[in-house]
Design a protein around this ligand. Structure first.
Ligand SMILES: [Zn+2]
Length: 362
């Protein structure tokens, strides 16, 4: 069957395929999530340059090879597809050598982080010089390391159940999530005082940080006591506690001066996603995905739920079944660090903003 298409004013395009993660479930370091929110590219930091690309974006740490999957939406499974790079000095296609296999997965290597050299990865029909059916834009980021200082805190004598050893794996898992942004949180267990045990007393409940964030004015005095506990000025201070009455993690970044203080607090239930989310808050991602600047919950569409800065408390089982899994498992929030900035909400463009803050995080 033939389809007649009349494209108007360059504003409509027909794209028979999409790009997505090469895996489902937990984040995998060489299979980044793809920011496929619309075909428009949105606002861009000046250093990215302008592009005529229409499609998804993905972040790659310089030197990494990552897998991405082509999803055939409106094209036969047997159609022969080839993946090419518009600038092989920036990004090369390392696999496959010929046509895409049935699984649709290809590999690209990000070579260098260069200013204002946009590059396109294009999927072509029939041969490597065939017509372009779909395209996406990778961005290459020089790896930036940000030091963290871990504190194991006991409250009224009740300690966190984590050990300094546990934190090695936890930060490794966090770094899998942040890899696509070219940011690595360095927890060096061998440093003196790293993972030190510290104690606080005279809190309302043993083992627990009690806050009342909703009333006006809010009461976060116990949180403030935690984040002012022996802070190291040259790192992100992350305080591990057993529990909190209102949250899994809570973070103020350095916009909040001491004595109120800044730092990250995570409870024992908090996993790598939760810590990656809190570290995002520390890197200037103040607003949750889908929230407006007043912190009011504006949206909880699937795109918002896939973003690492979605407030995980908002995922709820009352939603229709098709919304339970955004690619990471049943009722598990996603780990996408969004590249696109449509200013559709104030949290958009998280990757560029967090990289900017990572130059001056403490
Ligand atoms: Zn949050």
């Amino acid at each position: 069957m033939s389809v007649r298409v009349k494209v108007r004013n360059n504003r409509q395009i027909i794209v028979p395929l999409r790009f997505g993660r090469a895996v489902t479930g937990d984040s995998v370091v060489d299979a980044p999530d793809v920011d496929d929110r619309g075909f428009a590219m949105g606002n861009r930091p000046g250093t990215w340059g302008s592009t005529t690309a229409r499609g998804a974006m993905v972040g790659i740490t310089a030197g990494d090879t990552v897998r991405i999957k082509v999803l055939r939406e409106d094209i036969d499974d047997t159609a022969s597809l080839f993946v090419t790079s518009s600038d092989t000095s920036v990004v090369t296609v390392t696999a496959p050598q010929g046509a895409l296999a049935a699984d649709g997965i290809f590999s690209i290597k990000g070579l260098v982080d260069v200013i204002s050299v946009p590059v396109k990865i294009q999927v072509r029909l029939g041969s490597a010089s065939g017509p372009v059916l779909g395209e996406m834009e990778p961005h290459i980021f020089q790896l930036r390391q940000v030091r963290v200082v871990a504190h194991l805190v006991s409250i009224n004598g009740t300690p966190t159940s984590r050990s300094a050893d546990d934190l090695v794996q936890l930060f490794q898992d966090v770094n899998v999530i942040w890899r696509a942004a070219g940011i690595e949180f360095v927890y060096n267990q061998d440093e003196t005082l790293q993972g030190a045990s510290e104690s606080l007393t005279q809190f309302a409940t043993a083992g627990t940080v009690t806050t009342h964030l909703d009333p006006n004015p809010p009461d976060y005095r116990e949180f403030s006591k935690v984040i002012n506990l022996s802070p190291d000025a040259n790192g992100i201070n992350v305080y591990f506690v057993q529990a909190a009455n209102e949250w899994t993690g809570l973070t103020y970044d350095h916009d909040t001066a001491r004595p109120d203080g800044y730092g990250v607090v995570l409870v024992d239930d908090g996993d790598a996603h939760a810590l990656a989310h809190e570290l995002g808050h520390f890197l200037d991602l103040d607003i949750h995905a889908g929230e407006d600047r007043q912190g009011h919950h504006a949206r909880d569409d699937i795109d918002s739920e896939r973003r690492v800065m979605f407030d995980l408390r908002r995922l709820d089982s009352d939603q229709p079944a098709y919304r339970h899994d955004v690619g990471y498992g049943d009722l598990v929030p996603g780990n996408l660090i969004d590249l696109k900035d449509f200013s559709s909400d104030q949290s958009d463009g998280a990757l560029a903003r967090s990289r900017r803050r990572s130059l001056n995080p403490f």
